[in-house]
Design a protein around this ligand. Structure first.
Ligand SMILES: *Cc1c(COP(=O)(O)O)cnc(C)c1O
Length: 417
């Protein structure tokens, strides 16, 4: 049962008072993004017929075309590929990397180690069967500085004639660093093109969408990709991913998804179109709620004496809230507390496990209607130093509050022992 002490509730109310100006700023951001998304619907002339899906080959699926047009406008891009057949964010990113890179090309990451699930795909250490490395595509990485900043001197040295694509991770992922702002990304893209104009600049946009009033594709990124069970699915998309950007590159990703020759012209949508359309329509609201929940969580855990990133009043570039708990026991306790308050699977007890695609054991909490849907509210972290938990999502700030108060209570039970 959910039992939050009166003391914790009082604390929560106090924090809410102190955070009112931060909340107001988030409201303003969301209002602008609602306008942006609505404009995209109007431009694409979405109507009732777009809500129906197709079967079989999925030729002439106007719903699918309408969705891709909406995303194109939201990203102010030339084209977008938005499909239920893209199984996750990792898959969307793989479509871009395998779609564009050719044997002999080099992939360069300038934000340090890419997100855990991308490492086997690239072939950084071992490389799964069929990794980029298997195809003769080399990889280079420039680590962030000790302060978590881009290492410009090292980046300038790492970019060579072989460099075909530069991977830029917008969000912090499982790293204790700040998210990049869209402005940062603009500066990065301009600088990279100055060094070598043939470079494709690609942003892993997971958890960054609609957190600002601009997207990377508006400031010089050639491509951005992400998952629909994160920000842009609005908690309604039951599956899917997207790629948006330059037409030529989106077509290359589509050819990898289906086959050269048929590209983006096929792909049945079954009953998905309505969910994806309503999902992107609701996304600014989902992001607003998630941001406020993250701000609250940051303030609460800072108040309880933990190191947090970002701080509650700091500008945000993604939905992720990092909390340095400092021990595996506290990570597990946090996740159990959060899980206990989930609408689905509240009876489940989280345990660390070796998830596919991750090197370290990972502990996670998330009782979601859509499996693994982190926009609904989840917390996870690899069991490695600094033993930090990363919380993201929360379709209602009220629910996030209840959940993190429950997590705080579970942590307190450990520290009091
Ligand atoms: C979630 C995430 C991914 C991978 O997305 P999945 O949908 O989990 O495959 C990649 N990069 C970042 C930064 C992410 O947050």
């Amino acid at each position: 049962m959910l039992e939050i002490d009166a003391e914790l509730w009082e604390k929560a109310e106090e924090l809410d008072e102190q955070l009112s100006s931060v909340y107001r700023k988030i409201d303003k951001l969301a209002a602008k993004n609602h306008e942006r998304v609505l404009q995209a619907f109007l431009k694409a002339q979405i109507s009732d017929r777009h809500l129906q899906g197709t079967t079989g080959y999925g030729y002439s699926d106007i719903g699918r075309q309408g969705i891709e047009e909406v995303f194109t406008h939201v990203f102010n891009a030339e084209a977008a590929l938005v499909r239920g057949q893209i199984v996750s964010g990792t898959h969307a990113i793989a479509l871009v990397l395998f779609g564009i890179l050719r044997p002999g090309d080099e992939l360069l990451s300038i934000t340090g180690e890419p997100y855990d699930t991308l490492q086997e795909m690239i072939g950084i250490r071992t490389g799964a069967l069929g990794s980029l490395r298997d195809f003769g595509i080399t990889y280079r990485q420039v680590d962030l500085t000790a302060a978590g900043q881009l290492d410009w001197p090292a980046i300038k040295q790492a970019v060579t004639a072989k460099t075909r694509l530069v991977l830029i991770q917008r969000s912090r992922g499982y790293a204790w660093r700040s998210a990049l702002t869209v402005e940062d990304i603009g500066r990065i893209c301009a600088e990279l093109k100055r060094i070598n104009s043939n470079i494709v600049t690609f942003v892993d946009n997971c958890y960054g969408e609609l957190v600002e009033n601009m997207e990377p594709t508006e400031v010089g990124a050639d491509l951005a990709a992400g998952s629909l069970i994160k920000n842009l699915g609005g908690g309604l998309a039951p599956t899917g991913g997207y790629v948006a950007g330059k037409e030529e590159y989106v077509a290359m990703a589509a050819n990898r998804l289906t086959s050269p020759g048929i590209g983006a012209a096929v792909g049945a949508t079954l009953d998905l179109n309505r969910w994806l359309l309503q999902g992107i329509y609701m996304a600014p609201l989902a992001v607003r709620e998630a941001l406020k929940g993250a701000v609250f969580t940051s303030a609460l855990f800072a108040d309880l004496g933990y190191e947090v990133s970002p701080a509650s009043k700091e500008d945000r570039g993604d939905l992720i809230q990092g909390i340095k708990l400092g021990s595996p026991e506290l990570m597990v306790a946090f996740c159990r507390g959060l899980q206990q308050s989930s609408p689905v699977d509240s009876q489940v007890i989280p345990e660390p496990w070796g998830m596919p695609g991750y090197d370290d054991y990972v502990v996670m909490a998330g009782g979601t209607f859509t499996q693994g849907s982190t926009i609904e509210l989840s917390a996870d972290g690899p069991i490695r130093k600094p033993y930090a938990i990363y919380l993201q999502g929360g379709l209602s700030t009220d629910y996030t509050k209840l959940s993190v108060l429950s997590a705080a209570k579970a942590c307190a039970a450990i520290t009091k022992k």
